[in-house]
Design a protein around this ligand. Structure first.
Ligand SMILES: C[S@@+](CC[C@H](N)C(=O)[O-])C[C@H]1O[C@@H](n2cnc3c(N)ncnc32)[C@H](O)[C@@H]1O
Length: 294
């Protein structure tokens, strides 16, 4: 769902709720909602708590393809970047099947991080991939980047590493669901798994070492801690997609993190682009710094 559709949905919801909310309450419904498969997830401001069930039922009425409505119970938190959801209307199941960019993803929307708002970013990266690339997706969740690349790019092999055991279980299911034969799904801590690869590479001749043409690091809160090991599995001309949260006009702080890591690793690099991929607070963005190891 793009921003235009999200706004249209929000306006439709406002129209259906107009007779049911007071003129003071209606403007409080400021944010849109996300649809993941047959589940809608909406933010309900405190002043509308008493009307939340009514809002949930109105959403079910409005979208015949939605069978459950949950409200955001908290912000994303913890190392798995998950968030609590509170049931409002319809079925109580939090498991769903979601489709985007020719792929299908099964997931539990509470136990696994997932954002449909990043669909365009996933496709943006898939379109950059060259024939026969070997790609590494760190922090891969239930596989949105992994399978988007598998189905929409000419990559040869895609390795994916995820720590959350529930997300990993779904990634394995999604591998089958998408008949994705060029993916290697690994459960574990990105640093430890990469250290294993680095140790193995040290014992292998340079031709047979496991190195990657492209590395995705979609963990905007803390990815910099993994830059050292990621850089060790790059080769000349590898591209890294480094995600970060940054305030407007402070994007250079993310570039500084890359500069520091590359300096320590004694790697030369070139920043290719800095892309805004989403907004997570007023004037704070989820950005992706794409850089090339020279
Ligand atoms: C922001 S989410 C992104 C998930 C997925 N790439 C997506 O876009 O939907 C970050 C993911 O990193 C995982 N994670 C956090 N620390 C990790 C670590 N040390 N090693 C591997 N995965 C980790 C979390 O469990 C979570 O699934």
């Amino acid at each position: 769902m793009n921003d235009k559709m999200r706004n249209k949905n929000k306006n439709n919801l406002k129209a259906i709720l107009k007779p049911k909310l007071t003129p003071q309450e209606l403007p409080s419904l400021i944010r849109g909602f996300d649809i993941i498969g047959n589940i809608a997830i909406i933010e309900i401001p405190r002043e509308l708590t008493k009307k939340q069930k009514l809002i949930g039922n109105s959403l079910l009425e409005l979208h015949k393809n939605i069978s459950s409505v949950f409200k955001k119970g908290a912000a994303y938190s913890g190392k798995f970047r998950t968030r609590k959801l509170i049931w409002l209307a319809g079925k109580k199941s939090k498991e769903t099947l979601y489709k985007e960019n020719n792929i299908r993803l099964k997931l539990d929307v509470e136990k696994v991080y997932f954002s449909p708002r990043l669909a365009n970013d996933r496709l943006r990266i898939a379109r950059q991939v060259q024939v026969d690339e070997r790609i590494l997706v760190l922090f891969s969740g239930c596989g949105p980047y992994t399978f988007t690349l598998s189905k929409n790019s000419p990559a040869k092999e895609i390795y994916a590493i995820e720590l959350n055991p529930v997300a990993h279980k779904y990634a394995l299911e999604n591998q089958k669901l998408n008949k994705s034969n060029n993916t290697i799904i690994i459960h574990g801590d990105a640093k430890k798994e990469l250290e294993k690869i680095i140790a193995k590479n040290k014992k292998t001749n340079s031709k047979n070492q496991l190195k990657f043409d492209r590395i995705l690091m979609p963990l905007p809160k803390g990815a910099e801690v993994f830059l050292d090991v990621a850089l060790k599995v790059t080769r000349k001309n590898s591209i890294i997609h480094f995600y970060d949260f940054q305030k407007e006009n402070e994007f250079e702080l993310s570039a500084d993190k890359i500069e520091k890591a590359c300096k320590t690793a004694k790697k030369r690099y070139k920043i290719i682009s800095i892309v805004k991929c989403g907004q997570n607070a007023p004037r704070t963005y989820r950005i992706c710094v794409d850089f090339k190891v020279l």
